[in-house]
Design a protein around this ligand. Structure first.
Ligand code: NAP
Length: 254
């Protein structure tokens, strides 16, 4: 999607995928700076390990403990997390009003934290975090409160039904749905008309079961591909300092 945007707008950039072994990450990053690259994305399993190698971190990285975008400026490395902003833009595209809304967030890892922080910046009314390990949900709740989010609560998985009460939007930020046969992250009775269901999980060329079931039940579904697109749009803005060609990016991943 990045190359499609560069080509459409005649920009002299190229985006390539490089497979870096965990032990070689510091050398790879030093090399990127030495080669005067403009920046790069980081994906699993390096999103956390990248942090000590950076000179500056944005708030999304500090809270989530995960970096997905790096900009290299005069060999200084600046780390960003555009995942949360990507989900906000995907929600906006779908017409979901976040300000004042009640949101149930499933998961408490890097993506969940980035989404929580970005939703907080959108003045979400109330955020309820449900996670398999409740201690991780509590840890995230405390970090978010420290960052200024007031109405945030943490729940264990067995309190999901209670936590889902009155939520206008549910966000799946667990990896459930990545593999065939994964259970739904929420029981189907929570997927109904008028409720927004946002999935961070994406499967190229395929709908996740959560998105399929949500659409069948008339819920407003936001697929992980939309979050992927917009986290990329935000990353490209950081690298080029200009508005990316979103249409070309969208066409490239659709
Ligand atoms: P992560 O940091 O490893 O966090 C995973 C979270 O999901 C943790 O809270 C974990 O709970 C929970 N979890 C893991 N397996 C589970 C299971 N079987 N049942 C219930 N909960 C489970 O991962 P992440 O980086 O946040 O990524 C989460 C998902 O978001 C991935 O599928 C990733 O591909 C996707 N993502 C998508 C985009 C996009 O652009 N669309 C961007 C970023 C991430 P514990 O605390 O108990 O371990």
């Amino acid at each position: 999607m990045h190359n499609a945007s560069f080509a459409a707008d005649g920009l002299d950039f190229v985006y390539v995928c490089l497979d870096v072994d965990p032990a070689a990450l510091p050398a790879a990053v030093k090399g990127a700076a030495a080669l005067k690259l403009r920046g790069f994305n980081i994906t699993m399993p390096h999103k956390r390990a990248m942090i000590p190698l950076l000179d500056e971190l944005d708030e999304g990285v500090r809270i989530s403990g995960a970096v997905n975008t790096v900009v290299i400026d005069d060999s200084a490395l600046r780390g960003y997390n555009t995942d949360g902003g990507g989900m906000v833009m995907a929600c906006r595209e779908a017409g979901i009003e976040l300000a004042g809304g009640r949101v149930l967030l499933l998961g408490a890892g890097g993506a969940a934290a980035a989404v929580a922080l970005a939703f907080g910046a959108e003045d979400v009314g109330e955020l309820r975090i449900v996670n398999r390990s409740v201690e991780h949900a509590i840890e995230l709740r405390d970090k978010l409160r420290e960052a200024g989010l007031k109405k945030v609560e943490a729940y264990p998985l067995d309190a999901l039904d209670d936590a889902a009460q009155e939520a206008e939007a549910i966000v799946n930020a667990t990896p459930l749905g990545m593999k065939d046969g994964d259970p739904l992250p929420v029981p189907v009775e929570h997927l109904y008309e008028g409720r927004a269901i946002c999935d961070a999980v994406y499967r190229p060329g395929r709908e996740t079961a959560l998105i399929r079931e949500s659409r069948q039940r008339g819920a407003l579904a936001v697929a992980g591909e939309r979050m992927l697109l917009y986290q990329g749009v935000l990353a490209q803005q950081l690298w080029t300092g200009r508005e990316p060609n979103v249409k070309a990016m969208d066409a490239a991943i659709s």
